[in-house]
Structure formats: C-alpha cells, structure tokens
Design a protein around this ligand. Structure first.
Ligand code: ADP
Length: 210
C-alpha cells in the first residue's frame, strides 16, 4: 500500500504517519526528516537545502526528488510506504506519476491556520532521532528528553514565528492545489485534524478502511 499524507506544516502528518507505520508495518518516509538529516551531515544536497528550509521555503524539486528516489530504492519500501511531506507541489506529484508509482490513497489532514501557529510554536523534536513532541499536547515523560532514545529535545529553527507564517503561505499557494490534483482521480480522503492525536488517528484509520 502506497499512501500520501497531505496537510499544512504542523497538521500532525508525522504523528499520524508513525501510527500508520506501526499498524501497517510499512515505512513512513518524511522528506523533511531526510532533508534535516542531510543538513546535519553536511552533504552536498544538505548544503543546498539549508537556506530554503531555514527561510520556510521549499527545497528545489530536483534536490528533493533525488533524495526521495534514493530512499525508495531501499528494501523496506518494497511492500509500500507512507509519504509524509512529499509531494509538496504539482511538479513533485507529476514526478511520482512519471516514476510509475501508483498511490492508493491520499489522506489530507485539515487544521485551521490559527491552530497550526499555536502547535508549531510549542513543538519540540528530538535532536537525535527526530521524534516529535509538544509542550502542551504531547509532553515527554521527562522535560526536554526524548521518551524513545533519551536524546535532547529542541525547537526547530523553522518553527520561529516569521518562518511559520512563510511556511503556511507556501502551503496554501503550492501544496493545497494537490487536493484538486488527487481529488480529480478519486484518491483524496479529507480528515479534520482533532485536538487529540488519538481522535485524529481514528479518523485516519477510517479513511484507510473506506
Ligand atoms: P512541516 O511539514 O512541519 O513543514 P517538514 O519536516 O515536512 O515540516 O519540512 C520541513 C522543511 O523541509 C520544509 O519547510 C521545506 O523547506 C523542506 N521540505 C520538506 N519536504 C519537501 C518537499 N517535498 N519539497 C520541498 N521542500 C521540502
């Protein structure tokens, strides 16, 4: 099963991707995580990507598509995967089509902009393994420490207020048109993002079974 999770930054795609990963035993692939990893490791692609990520813009399609292609070649992808954060514009969706990848369902998690802003400002991520937390909604057991690996929790640089506004703008202008793209082929399932992670998870699972 090949799935796409759509939704604004901070809509909870990563959290739901993780839930689906455990249920369906297919990898969750976040281009955001792949890019951050490349930046951390100082690779050529990472160096190119850094300025775009930190300003809240999109990394150029060619760079992201190459990174994704490399990831999809790994053996764990053979029975399917969940794409989180890709595609982010129509050109990237067309690239998937051109690669001959048939997506079964696209689940769009809808959350109002005001709520998104609140969520991103309280978000913390593990500097070691990338797991995501929130100061109010999903606090770790021990403050500032990752429950999963014991790593240190930090705020992402692109979660600063001005950058968050830019990311939302980019989302509405470039990513939202993908709803029409996938609706036109009958693959779009819209879910209203809830305050509780479990409530959203129930809706996502219902969409998967629909
Ligand atoms: P969020 O969904 O919270 O914005 P991500 O971790 O998905 O966070 O992405 C962080 C940043 O990485 C984006 O703002 C963008 O700069 C870059 N990025 C991730 N995925 C893509 C993509 N498919 N195309 C272009 N840039 C991307």
């Amino acid at each position: 099963m090949k799935l796409i999770l759509l939704g604004a930054p901070g809509a909870g795609k990563g959290t739901q991707a993780e839930m689906i990963r455990e249920r369906l035993k297919i990898p969750a692939i976040s281009t955001g995580n792949i890019i951050r990893e490349a930046i951390k490791n100082g690779t050529e692609a990472g160096k190119k990507a850094k300025i775009y990520v930190e300003s809240g813009g999109l990394v150029p399609d060619g760079t992201v598509i190459d990174m994704l292609k490399e990831r999809l070649l790994m053996p764990d992808c053979k029975d399917g995967y969940i794409l989180d954060g890709f595609p982010r514009n129509v050109a990237q969706a067309q690239a998937l089509d051109e690669m001959g990848i048939v997506i079964e369902k696209v689940i769009d998690i809808e959350v109002a902009d005001e709520k998104i802003q609140k969520r991103l400002l309280g978000r913390r991520v593990c500097a070691a393994c990338g797991s995501s937390y929130h100061l109010d909604y999903k606090p770790p057991g021990v403050p500032d420490i990752c429950d999963k690996c014991g790593g240190k929790l930090v705020a992402r640089k692109d979660d600063e207020p001005a950058t968050v506004l830019e990311r939302l703008k980019v989302y509405h202008e470039q990513t939202e048109p993908l709803k029409d793209y996938y609706n036109a082929v009958g693959k779009l399932f819209v879910v209203q993002g809830q305050d509780e992670v479990e409530d959203t998870a129930r809706l996502v699972l219902a969409a998967l079974e629909a």
